[in-house]
Design a binder for this molecule. Structure first.
Ligand code: SF4
Length: 162
């Protein structure tokens, strides 16, 4: 219903900043598993669900991905497109759908504050955070928690040289 709002990424990044600032005074109540989190989960499901088709991954990266939810990519890619993007910019898996990453690139060009973050390499998705509040996870630092057993590529490469 409100998907058209994604075409106004400049407004959405402003709304992101405003929400972040509004939550700062309440940060001590933003705890995993608390009543406040339950309220935020409902708010995120409804609000971000309507606008971004949010899948409640718990590690929201919208401001780094052109206000386009990467979890709508059928392959759940969070660091750019696969090699199968069609010449018309549509998805390899769902031909009638525009590639999430093509949209992310276009929208990031209209984002003066966070648009450059599209170039950042995002951390791997921690599936254990599925269904939790991304705002709580951001404020508590839980969003930075890597998935269990994850080893950075640099460490693997260093280990193979020993
Ligand atoms: S990145 Fe995660 S939390 Fe953010 S809109 Fe997409 S599924 Fe929802």
């Amino acid at each position: 219903m409100f998907r058209w709002l994604q075409n106004y990424p400049h407004f959405l990044e402003w709304a992101y900043d405003m929400t972040h600032h509004a939550l700062v005074p309440f940060r001590r109540w933003l705890k995993p598993g608390g009543g406040v989190e339950k309220l935020l989960v409902v708010g995120e499901e409804v609000g971000k669900g309507e606008i971004f088709n949010c899948k409640m991954c718990g590690q929201c990266v919208l401001h780094s991905t052109g206000m386009t939810c990467p979890m709508n990519c059928p392959k759940n890619l969070r660091n750019g497109p696969c090699g199968g993007v069609r010449a018309n910019g549509h998805c390899e898996v769902i031909p009638e759908m525009r590639c999430v990453w093509v949209q992310a690139w276009e929208r990031s060009q209209k984002m003066p504050t966070y648009g450059h973050e599209l170039h950042n390499v995002l951390p791997p998705l921690n599936r254990q955070l599925q269904g939790t509040s991304a705002w709580v996870n951001e404020f508590t630092g839980v969003a930075e928690t890597p998935p269990p057993g994850w080893v950075p590529v640099a460490e693997i490469a260093a280990g193979s040289k020993k």
